[in-house]
Design a protein around this ligand. Structure first.
Ligand SMILES: [Zn+2]
Length: 257
């Protein structure tokens, strides 16, 4: 990180006042943060302040972006980068928040060269080099195994090191072969389970595409970590290395939590 950026961030932290009542209210709505230590929670708070200073959040279709909306989205967006730093979200600045699902019309060509117009309702979308678009209603429905904010920001981390055609490129220092082999195995197993019609605890949408698998498994990693650690221990261990976090507290190196 450059000296100027680091100085600027220290100055923002020194000057920003964040009311404790607002902070407590937002945190109370995000029960999956309960496993964080006091030190991690303090760092998450600082990251959220910096996130709000460096990104621009706009409401669409009349949504008023209140302090609560801003802080809740910032906190959820910062959880995945708690130990990676905000530079993981480099190269874009906008977050657009709709009151509810938003409609997207796009054209897609199928394998026969036929162009189809698709009109669908979305709860979130992330554009390469562009904004993250979120439905506040869906962000507010964040629960065990479902978190649209973490989902879209996982896509952003994915796009940081290339396109999102396949699985993300792991950060430097990780064993890329082990990462890809583990994700491919877990993806094949999950898709087979969905194809067989068997009910899955983890959102079936993960079977859609490798990029969606990574985003959905990231949601599960942070909001239903014990289930992921139990059902997909190897994938859990890889994601723990990717995010440098152990939310389920199961890995020996973390010393537990
Ligand atoms: Zn997605």
């Amino acid at each position: 990180m450059g000296l100027f950026r680091s100085w600027r961030r220290r100055r923002i932290l020194a000057r920003t006042r964040l009311g404790p009542a607002l902070w407590q209210r937002v945190i109370a709505g995000l029960p999956f943060l309960r496993g964080l230590s006091t030190e991690e929670m303090a760092r998450l708070r600082e990251l959220a302040i910096l996130f709000l200073a460096e990104k621009e959040m706009h409401g669409a279709q009349g949504l008023e972006v209140t302090d609560e909306v801003r802080l809740s989205i910032a906190v959820q967006a910062c959880l995945p980068v708690l130990n990676l730093g905000l530079d993981g979200y480099e190269g874009w600045i906008g977050v657009i928040v709709y009151p509810g699902e938003f409609r997207v019309r796009k054209e897609e060509m199928d394998e026969h060269g036929v162009v189809h117009t698709i009109d669908e309702g979305l709860s979130g979308e992330a554009w390469p080099g562009g904004p993250v678009v979120l439905s506040w209603q869906d962000a507010g429905m964040s629960g065990t195994g479902y978190n649209v904010v973490i989902h879209e920001f996982a896509h952003k981390l994915h796009m940081l090191r290339g396109d999102d055609d396949g699985f993300p490129v792991p950060p430097p220092g990780m064993d890329a072969a082990a990462w890809h082999a583990t994700l491919e195995r877990a993806y094949a197993r999950f898709c087979a389970q969905v194809d067989s019609g068997e009910a899955t605890i983890i959102d079936e949408y993960a079977a859609e595409h490798p990029a969606e698998f990574f985003a959905v498994m990231s949601e599960t990693f942070f909001t239903d970590s014990a289930v992921l650690a139990r059902d997909y221990p190897e994938l859990y261990a890889q994601l723990a290395q990717f995010y440098r976090q152990d939310p389920a507290g199961v890995l020996p190196a973390s010393g537990g939590k």
